[in-house]
Design a protein around this ligand. Structure first.
Ligand SMILES: [Zn+2]
Ligand SMILES: [Zn+2]
Length: 138
């Protein structure tokens, strides 16, 4: 599960650059912006352009293999999703901590709306953000 090879099959054209982006995202383990990930790759000596990082991350999101949230400044942050079901997170706007949250109510609501509307392939994005307990007390 979560093997880079599987992810690369999903996002199409397999290149050394894309492989290194997917690996870097998996290694990072938490939400990360494209620019930060690009910086990590550069320090590792990988010759990957920022556009390739953006495109690969977007392709992973489209393939359902990455979750995306927005930080305080509106930048998109990405995290590799090792399991097939999608997941919602509560993100701390101060320190960037992300916590998976139970979203059964959201999933049930989304399915109901899709069934009632007659729409197919309905997707949803729900982002929750706030201040984590540690940041609230500091
Ligand atoms: Zn925090
Ligand atoms: Zn959901």
């Amino acid at each position: 599960m979560g093997a880079p090879a599987d992810d690369l099959d999903l996002i199409g054209r397999r290149t050394a650059q894309r492989t290194s982006v997917v690996r870097a995202l998996i290694d990072h383990g938490d939400f990360v912006g494209a620019r930060t990930l690009h910086g990590v790759l550069r320090t590792q000596g990988a010759r990957v352009g920022l556009n390739t990082v953006y495109r690969t991350l977007a392709a992973l999101v489209d393939a359902g293999r990455a979750d995306v949230v927005r930080d305080r400044g509106g930048e998109r942050l990405f995290r590799h999703r090792p399991f097939p079901e999608h997941q919602h997170y509560l993100l701390c706007r101060a320190c960037g901590l992300s916590m998976p949250v139970d979203s059964d109510a959201v999933e049930a609501w989304a399915e109901r709306v899709a069934a009632a509307s007659g729409f197919g392939e309905v997707e949803h994005t729900v982002e929750l953000s706030g201040l984590c307990p540690r940041c609230r007390t500091s």
